[in-house]
Design a protein around this ligand. Structure first.
Ligand code: BGC
Length: 878
């Protein structure tokens, strides 16, 4: 009896989607969803098949409460390293059984430091001190008595690495191992290479790059050799034969089988680009029986293997490609060498893979990349600063397919010069890269400009979720600016499954907090120019609270929240010591820029984004009050013993200080700005004084009307201005602001052809020229935080309880939009709302995942309707 009974589906281990290798825990929590109602008293039977490589499997089962299906604690004996697990689950009642779910398989990594026996090995010659060093290759060979039944490569590097086995690239990941605070930890990735090995002689080859480890990082000259000046690969190969015997191969410098030589990559810098000389290729270098007599023995680079970790986040991978949308020949010389301008139609993080042909040995093909064009049609290179994104290929006279390995670019346009003859579309592939997260959010409406804006938000997120959350993917910056993600985290958590990705990064935020004594401006932190002295500043530091909270609302993972709780608490405990007695944060941070406040508000001069119209102390105090409130909620959720009351009281104190200092007797604020009212309302700082709240709402709406619907907020106010208008009953003005096509405004960027969200409202000026400020990017996610309002207010979907156990459905049509739909993949399954206006009726379709409750509020009605799992349709007067 199973056909009609609710069945478990979408099994997951921790926050990974799908089958995974190299899990870093011996007690993975399991989650699953249901495709129907779970009968009262039903149990879930979890069946695991577990085995060590080459050893026969053991089957174990556990019966658990069926409705404890989110991050269910591991019910079995702890897993050992390398253990392979297959899980399936069924639902049972005394009389019925659902049948087994689809299987999930995973495998643990090397859980104990003593099992990571390889060493980091790299070049043994004297290298240049910094920058543009000739990059090495590393290789080894080994004999296998027969083809293995199981083989894994555990791979990491100081620097960046790409591996080849018997001439074939291993996996599809790039920029391995990713950027972490290497002084603290480094990631090790696991690859199944069983099918790449054979009986007899085999070879392994490794490309090494400088990457974040020793490459030049950051602006104003940046810094090189941040973590060390020697790069090296960590490779541990573990093999099992059919008879159960095992063999291991470790990178090392003592058995003289690991060798190194300079390779074809002359130099490579993440932002500057890569230069490759095909004349230096050594045919067959990663295949067996290659003559490496003139290669040098490798050198060992000391590194503490205790710092090796197995990742929580997905790898950076190719996730798609963009075809050329237009190509034009720029020039041709007497030798038939041509140059071309290519447009790929989409700005994002990508790289070109070229088919190079008809070249003579020594011929050079160069590629430059830019986000936008100058008005004369040339690439706008000036915003890139040192990050000039230029790759060079030097031919050996043979046909080749080539893509840079250790550089990555943010661009829409590319210029190729030195090409031989005509360029055809088949010669160029434009591959898109980002940390391969699972999509979790969708939105569409009847307004095409709005839809494009939403697309742009997605693209800016993808472009900047590359190993860590960065500000921008193109110029010489690409840092994990804490403020940007503090503001964007709720949007990110709706659009993609980011629990693993952001939680992974937060571990480094905590590390840096302990290392430098505060939450620094960006993480990983390095001393750069005026940012050399880390100081507590609002919003950027508030990332310590806002990011963990945003993830928690999305995934409901208390264990993870608890890990981040100490980060959040330390931030709040630090800042409380900076408050004046009245609770206002007005003490100036001890570095030249001070509080950044409503950074990049559109009234600030192009060369001084800190000159915003809203008082910095007001912004800082508002955010701090909000952080205190969220911290108190964390204490409540976690039951961690610390005094919830202490933080509630602190939140009250700061709130009172805020109102006394920044709200005048007549209800207007000392900074009469959109940002000031937005923060006061959205953070609930006026909630106990309804009259003040309504004055603030009215004034905010008036400011919007007075400015003809133009926005005047920067980073700080932008996520909150539309929610504040909506909450105080000014939906009309919210839509007016949102839909304005004038500069500054979201849709202005669309009108100007933007395919990503920009750093400045006017990164491109109305006359089509690029903003001359020294800081102009066309790909920052921060202003895209508006998508959170789009999902909640236009679409009508928003979490109420952590993990979406309870969520709100409250579409609020306006601005001439006549239909919209949005969906989110909650931990329980897909929630969606789709509505359509038809004369005076509204038709709403709602999908509620099983195990959750939707609180539905229909437009212009006060009543709240509660819906549980299933598909629902409602028709109402509008
Ligand atoms: C970055 C920002 C960052 C800011 C801090 C900029 O250069 O691109 O996004 O938050 O500096 O002031």
């Amino acid at each position: 009896m199973s056909d009609t009974m609710t069945k478990p589906l979408n099994l997951r281990a921790e926050h990974f989607t799908g089958n995974i290798l190299g899990l870093g825990t011996s007690t993975p929590r399991l989650s699953w969803q249901y495709d129907g109602v779970v009968p009262d008293g039903a149990q879930a039977v979890i069946q695991i098949t577990r085995n060590m490589p080459g050893v026969s499997a053991i089957i174990e089962t556990a019966e658990v409460d069926a409705v404890q299906n989110l991050l269910h604690p591991w019910q079995f004996a702890e897993l050992r390293s390398r253990e392979q697990v297959t899980v399936t689950i069924k639902l049972v009642t005394p009389s019925h059984s659902s049948g087994w779910s689809e299987e999930l398989t995973f495998e643990t990594g090397l859980l104990h430091p003593y099992e990571r026996e390889a060493a980091f090995v790299g070049p043994s010659w004297l290298e240049g001190e910094t920058d543009h060093r000739h990059l090495p290759l590393v290789r080894t060979e080994f004999r296998l008595k027969e083809a293995p039944v199981y083989a894994r490569l555990y791979l990491s590097a100081l620097g960046l690495v790409e591996a080849e086995v018997n001439g074939n690239k291993v996996g599809q990941d790039i920029l391995t191992p990713g950027w972490t605070c290497y002084d603290h930890r480094i990631e090790c990735w696991t690859y199944d290479i069983t099918n790449d090995l054979h009986a007899g002689q085999n070879a392994l080859g490794f490309w090494l790059g400088d990457g974040w480890y020793r490459g030049r990082i950051g602006f104003k000259g940046g810094q090189a050799n941040l973590y060390g000046d020697r790069i090296g690969v960590f490779a541990q190969i573990e093999i099992t034969y059919a008879d159960g015997t095992c063999e291991s191969i470790y990178s090392n410098s003592w058995d003289s089988t690991w060798k190194t030589a300079p390779g074809p990559i002359l130099h490579s810098d993440l932002c500057e680009g890569e230069t490759y000389d095909a004349r230096l290729e050594a045919e067959g270098w990663s295949k067996a029986n290659f003559d490496d007599r003139d290669w040098l023995p490798v050198a060992q680079i000391p590194f503490d293997n205790q710092k090796i970790q197995f990742p929580k986040l997905p790898p950076v991978r190719e996730t798609g490609s963009h075809p050329i949308v237009s190509v034009s020949k720029l020039s041709e010389d007497a030798n038939g060498k041509t140059s071309w301008l290519l447009d790929f139609g989409q700005n994002c993080t990508q790289r070109l893979r070229l088919h190079l042909h008809d070249l003579q040995s020594g011929d050079t093909v160069s590629i430059r990349h830019a986000e936008v064009l100058n008005q004369d049609g040339t690439l706008a290179m000036q915003p890139l600063r040192r990050g000039k994104q230029s790759d060079v290929f030097i031919s050996n006279g043979q046909d080749a397919f080539w893509e840079p390995r250790f550089a990555i670019h943010g661009f829409q346009y590319a210029e190729i010069s030195g090409w031989s003859g005509e360029l055809s579309a088949e010669d160029v592939e434009c591959r898109v890269y980002y940390s391969d997260m699972e999509p979790a959010g969708w939105f569409e409406s009847s307004n095409q400009l709005v839809n494009r804006l939403h697309e742009n938000v997605l693209w800016s997120m993808k472009s900047n979720f590359v190993s860590i959350p960065t500000d921008c993917p193109q110029r010489d910056e690409r840092l994990g600016w804490t403020g940007d993600i503090a503001l964007f985290a709720p949007t990110a958590a709706y659009l993609y499954e980011v629990s693993g990705f952001l939680s992974h990064w937060l571990e480094d935020v905590r590390h840096e907090q302990q290392r430098v004594g505060t939450v620094p401006f960006y993480v990983p932190y390095l001393r750069l120019a005026e940012w050399s002295n880390p100081q507590a500043i609002a919003i950027w530091g508030d990332a310590a609270v806002l990011v963990p909270w945003a993830i928690y609302m999305a995934d409901g993972d208390k264990k993870q929240l608890k890990e981040h709780y100490y980060l959040a608490k330390a931030w709040v405990d630090e800042v409380r010591t900076y408050l004046s007695v009245d609770g206002v944060w007005d003490r100036k941070p001890q570095y030249v820029l001070g509080q950044l406040g409503d950074w990049l508000d559109p009234s600030a001069p192009a060369d001084d984004p800190t000159l915003a119209i809203t008082e910095k102390e007001l912004v800082a105090t508002a955010f701090f009050a909000y952080s205190c409130r969220l911290l108190a909620s964390m204490v409540q959720e976690l039951n961690v013993g610390a005094d919830e009351g202490t933080y509630r009281k602190l939140a009250e104190h700061v709130k009172t200080g805020f109102v006394n200092r920044f709200v005048k007797a007549n209800g207007l604020m000392t900074s009469d700005s959109q940002c000031a009212y937005a923060l006061a309302i959205a953070f609930g700082l006026l909630d106990d004084q309804e009259n003040l709240k309504s004055i603030a709402g009215n004034r905010l709406a008036e400011l919007v009307r007075e400015s003809d619907g133009k926005i005047s907020t920067g980073f700080a106010g932008t996520p909150y201005v539309l929610p504040a208008l909506t909450e105080t009953g000014h939906l009309k003005e919210a839509y007016q602001l949102f839909l304005s096509e004038e500069c500054p405004g979201w849709l202005y960027q669309i009108k100007m052809g933007g395919t990503t969200t920009w750093e400045r409202w006017d990164s491109m000026l109305p006359d089509g020229t690029v903003n001359p400020g020294v800081m102009t990017s066309f790909n920052h996610y921060s202003l895209g935080s508006v998508a959170d309002w789009m999902h909640a207010t236009i679409g009508g979907l928003k979490p109420v309880e952590p993990g979406w156990e309870v969520f709100e459905v409250n579409p609020q049509p306006g601005g001439g939009i006549i239909s919209a739909q949005t969906a989110h993949q909650t931990p329980f399954g897909r929630a969606s709302v789709s509505w359509k206006l038809d004369k005076d009726m509204i038709n709403i379709k709602i999908t509620v995942p099983f195990g959750t409750t939707a609180r539905v509020k229909l437009p212009r009605q006060d009543e709240i309707l509660e819906l549980s799992g299933g598909d629902h349709q409602i028709e109402a007067h509008y």
